[in-house]
Unconditional design. Structure first.
Length: 451
């Protein structure tokens, strides 16, 4: 919970106490309840961003000044320049520890400048002493050496920089045709930092700022790290990943708050919807299975172990999360019909990897893409209708619009894949628009009556 929200609650509680609506014991309990949130001084993220931008500009300015006068500098002086920014950053960090300066306005700019200093130091030492190397080794070394900065500052910027550097390394490896599956072991080294941020700021935006880029970069990196020698396996892998993110987000995130504060479930939900929509067409199911094995994509058969492992592990992880959630829901014996419908909707989204895996097996075995395409289309229509019903039952416009948009996307997508006249297309667009406005009108009336 945010500090300003706690201040409003406590201010109201003190008014109630002055009006003899609550006694002193209740007021003390409320103050004790919100004391941890009140103890942490929050700094405007606008200030943090501006200070971070200033640190970035300072770092870039130093780089330009060094580049301009580089030829006039001696080798020992270049070595001093390489380590001087790092030494300054360490001194500033130790000063902050001694003075107990743990505010974001102090740690975030320090994290940016520290991360840039590492890259500058590596580049200067390599150039000064003619240490040969490749671009991928430089970026990977920079990413590894930036890990201590993450844990020293617990800053958002160092985390984003770490994942951006690793993704750059993945892209370089993909361009050179080399294996980049080490990415997944590397990001595990940063996971404890997310836990520390969650413990330090459970309700603040810092955790969301960290998870959003990390999750999006990892989703993109997955496509480059898969070997893809077995055509079509990516459908099961990505479906398992999105289901795991979605169900994990339901477990760990506050679903009652803004979508911004639920990055895992939002990315998992939206990613799964887009993936299922793409798989409702014919092209993802053409030429898949072992009959179309691409031996030219790998040098050794062991490289496919990564693809096979994710194909099994991610759907199983999603299934285990779903079982855990179902047992948690079952223990709540007073679930209303609304909650039951919501849980059914979440469970159907969670079993998407099993449906995709089944369609993959059917399409690969019979070598016919049409049954799989129709099966996914039918399943996505069921999900859209259930999402729409859930939104109407819970009176949530966001859920209603999600169900309607998925249904409209299916209708319009299938519609444009065939040849129809402009008159027929115009009628279909009118029907879709009427459906969209009708659903929102019904929801708005229900919301108005509930108020």
């Amino acid at each position: 919970m945010k500090r300003n929200q706690c201040e409003l609650i406590l201010a109201e509680a003190r008014k109630w106490h002055n009006e003899n609506m609550i006694d002193a014991d209740v007021l003390e309990k409320l103050e004790a309840r919100y004391a941890p949130f009140m103890a942490s001084r929050t700094v405007s993220w606008r200030t943090v961003i501006l200070l971070s931008l200033g640190a970035l500009l300072v770092g870039l300015g130093i780089i330009l000044l060094l580049a301009t006068n580089w030829d006039d500098l001696s080798r020992p002086f270049r070595t001093v320049i390489a380590f001087a920014p790092l030494f300054i950053c360490v001194c500033i960090w130790l000063f902050g520890i001694l003075k107990n300066k743990d505010s974001r306005a102090f740690q975030e700019p320090l994290g940016i400048f520290w991360t840039l200093s590492i890259g500058i130091g590596i580049a200067i030492i390599s150039q000064t002493y003619q240490i040969s190397g490749t671009a991928d080794n430089f970026v990977l070394t920079w990413a590894i050496l930036s890990l201590p900065v993450i844990y020293a500052t617990l800053g958002v910027a160092p985390i984003i920089g770490f994942f951006a550097l690793l993704f750059s390394w993945v892209l370089i490896c993909a361009d050179r045709g080399t294996n980049s599956q080490l990415y997944w072991l590397m990001i595990l080294l940063a996971f404890p930092a997310f836990r520390s941020i969650r413990h330090q700021s459970p309700a603040g935006p810092r955790l969301a700022f960290s998870i959003w880029p990390a999750a999006l970069i990892s989703v993109a990196a997955l496509g480059f790290t898969l070997e893809k020698a077995m055509p079509g396996l990516w459908t099961v892998v990505y479906s398992g990943l999105f289901a795991t993110l979605y169900l994990g987000g339901i477990m760990l995130e506050d679903r009652e708050g803004s979508t911004w504060y639920a990055p895992m479930s939002t990315i998992g939900y939206c990613g799964q919807a887009v993936l299922l929509y793409l798989m409702s067409f014919i092209w993802p199911w053409e030429g898949i299975g072992r009959s179309y094995w691409r031996a030219d994509r790998i040098d050794h058969i062991w490289q496919m172990f990564f693809d096979y492992t994710l194909t099994f592990v991610l759907p199983v992880a999603a299934l285990l999360l779903l079982i855990f959630l179902c047992s948690k829901w079952h223990r709540r014996r007073k679930n209303s019909s609304r909650q039951t419908l919501l849980h059914l909707n979440q469970a159907l989204w969670g079993i998407s990897p099993l449906i995709v895996a089944t369609m993959y097996i059917v399409s690969a075995y019979f070598d016919k893409p049409t049954p799989a395409s129709l099966g996914i289309t039918g399943f996505l229509i069921l999900l859209s209708l259930l999402t729409l019903a859930t939104g109407l039952m819970l009176q949530k416009l966001r859920t209603i619009n999600a169900g309607v948009l998925i249904l409209l996307a299916i209708i319009i997508g299938k519609f444009f894949s065939e040849e129809y006249s402009f008159t027929v297309r115009g009628i279909v667009f009118l029907i879709c628009g009427i459906l969209f406005f009708t659903a929102n009108w019904i929801a708005s009336r229900k919301l108005g009556k509930s108020k």
